[in-house]
Structures are given as C-alpha cells and as structure tokens.
Design a protein. Structure first.
Lengths: 233, 107
C-alpha cells in the first residue's frame, strides 16, 4: 500500500467519513474511493453494498478478484429525552453495538440513577449539540413531546443529514412539527426523512416494545436503504 | 489489550513515518470457524514488532515471518492457512477454520 493511501484512509476514519480501499489481490494494485465518490465509481454497486453492510469483503468483477477494505464510522444514536422509552432503548442499542447518548435538559429526568452505564447529558440541545458533532452516521430519536427540546435537535439532525431521524408523537403533533420546520426553511423532501410516528408499525404498547420498534427502524434505515450521497469533504 | 482497527492502521503510518519497513496483513477470506473476521489487520515492522490480529494467535508467527519477506522484496502475496493445508499442520488453526491473508508492504 502506498503511504499516501494509508494516510488518506487514516484521515477519513478520524474524520468519521466512509471510504473503501480496493485491492487487486493478484497484482497488488490499489485505489481508494471516498464515500462521497462512490456513486460515480465503476464498482459503485459493489461498493455501495459493502458500505451498507459495513463489512470488508472479497468480490469478483469480470474475472478479477478484488478485496474491499471497508471503513465505516461507528454508528451513534442520540436520544433526545430521558424518558421511559430511552431507558429501554439504551441497553438494547448497546447490545446491538450502537453507541448511545441521552440528551435532556430536565435534570429530574437525566440522572445517572435512571440510566446506569449510559452517557447522559443534562443540557439543552442547542448548548450540547456543537460538541456532540452529529453526522450522517448518527441516528437521532426525538422523544420528549416538547418542541422546546425536540425542535433544536431536529433542525440540527436535518442539517447534518443524519441517516435516521425519528420523532415521537401523533400524526397531528407531527403535522404541527412539519409546519414549524417549513417555517425554518426546510422543504418537503427534507421533512420526508423524519420517521413519524417513530418506530416500525408492530403494534407496540409498552415503552420497551416501542424501543424495539425504534431500534428495528434504525437498523432498517442503516442496512436496507441506500445512504444519501455524502457531502463533499 | 485488544487494539482497535483505528490503532492498528494508524500504527502502520507511525512506523512508516519513522523510517521503518512496514507490512500490513489483512484477512481477506474465511471459511468455517475462523477466529477473526474478514478485514482484520495485523501490521508488522521490519524488527518483527506487530499490532493487531488475523487469527487470535494461531498463525500470527507465520504471518510475521512472511511479512519480513514482503518488506524485503516488496511483492504482495496471499497466504492461506487451514486444516487441509500442509503448513497448517505446523502452524495450523486449532479451531479447524481456514483463512486467507493478504500481506503487502507500505511504500
């Protein structure tokens, strides 16, 4: 591997950007494709599939064997709202391998006692978000029912092109949310990315059952649908 | 302590930056109960220092030896370890799996 390729690979990883290193295992020839450039690559189909699975793999194209070293940033989940659903979602997300953070300015809710072994931030989203640096590989769940808390996080999540945005609340609540976001300058396509009501439709009743529906929806968004085009770095 | 992939490839860059010969070994195929997944890395410097893992210990010695040759001649190569393989009886995977490892020099 050329040192320059190794450097780029390490830089992209540090910046939480996706990249795939393509190695011709017979000749040793290599090239690096950044996440942003995958759509236009001759191996776009293979690269996209490998990226969505987040796994390195061997592929054969036109009789040539290639190895794809896939680098995908670890997925994070941000739960806005230290509520019952979050209490159930936190351990489930951890089991599934996601790094989860809870954000809620209401100090009575955001306590370590209610969330043992979970990263809990008792701040307003507008204060905490700059440091959290949410990105494409962050899923955001809005669970407070309170626009004062949910909306700033929603605006940030839409701008950061998070792969998953889910919002709790009835269709009526969501219609009002859509109006507020329109007033913020977002268009219909932006707002169509919000999963609302949150969670897969599996008839969940209890907070834990809703957490299962939310986690399932996050996994589907991550693995099934093609990721949106990555902004140019 | 287990090194993450972050540490491993960054270490390769650090070693190379300090003027050492460096090779990167990558698991490119596995069959059966291979202990480390496809994409796992082991990086080796010219003095035989290494970081990472391609098999959880069974064949690291052989890969490090192969890496020394790759660092010397610069030719990338693919080596296979498994129970059906003659070498495997010497450095074999006790778990009964098979793996293919691609070893390349950092230039």
């Amino acid at each position: 591997m050329r040192l320059e390729l190794l450097k780029t690979l390490n830089e992209e990883r540090a910046a939480r950007r996706a990249a795939v290193l393509i190695t011709d295992t017979q000749s040793g020839e290599q090239r690096l494709v950044k996440g942003a450039d995958i759509a236009g690559d001759v191996l776009a189909e293979q690269l996209d599939a490998a990226l969505r699975m987040g796994k390195s793999r061997s592929v054969e194209v036109d009789g040539r064997a290639y190895f794809l070293t896939v680098q995908v940033p670890p997925v994070r989940i941000l739960c806005v709202g230290a509520v019952h659903i979050s209490q159930a979602l936190a351990p489930m997300a951890k089991l599934a391998g996601f790094d989860l953070t809870i954000l809620d300015p209401r100090t009575a809710f955001a306590t370590p006692e209610r969330f043992p072994d979970v990263k809990v931030i008792a701040q307003w989203p507008q204060d905490a978000l700059p440091d959290l640096r949410i990105d494409r590989y962050t899923g955001v769940c809005l669970l407070t029912h309170d626009p004062k808390i949910d909306d700033p996080a929603l605006i940030a999540a839409l701008r950061a092109e998070c792969f998953y945005i889910g919002a709790l609340g009835s269709r009526k609540t969501h219609a009002k949310r859509v109006e507020r976001m329109m007033a913020e300058g977002f268009n219909e396509a932006d707002l169509a990315r919000i999963h609302a009501p949150i969670g897969l439709d599996i008839g969940s009743v209890s907070p834990a059952e809703i957490a299962v529906a939310v986690l399932g929806e996050i996994i589907a968004a991550l693995r099934k649908k093609p990721l949106r085009a990555e902004p140019q770095a | 302590m287990l090194a993450s992939d972050d540490d491993i490839l960054s270490q390769a860059e650090v070693w190379k930056g300090s003027g050492k010969g460096v090779a990167i070994a990558t698991v490119i195929d596995t069959w059966g109960s291979a202990p480390r997944p496809v994409g796992s890395h082991l990086v080796i410097d010219e003095d035989g220092n290494f970081l990472g893992s391609v098999s959880g210990g069974c064949v690291e010695g052989a890969v490090v030896a192969e890496a020394a040759e790759v660092i010397a001649d610069g030719k990338p190569r693919t080596i296979e370890f498994g129970v059906a393989d003659e070498t495997a009886w010497r450095v074999g995977l006790s778990c009964g799996g098979r793996i293919r490892v691609f070893v390349e020099r950092v230039d």
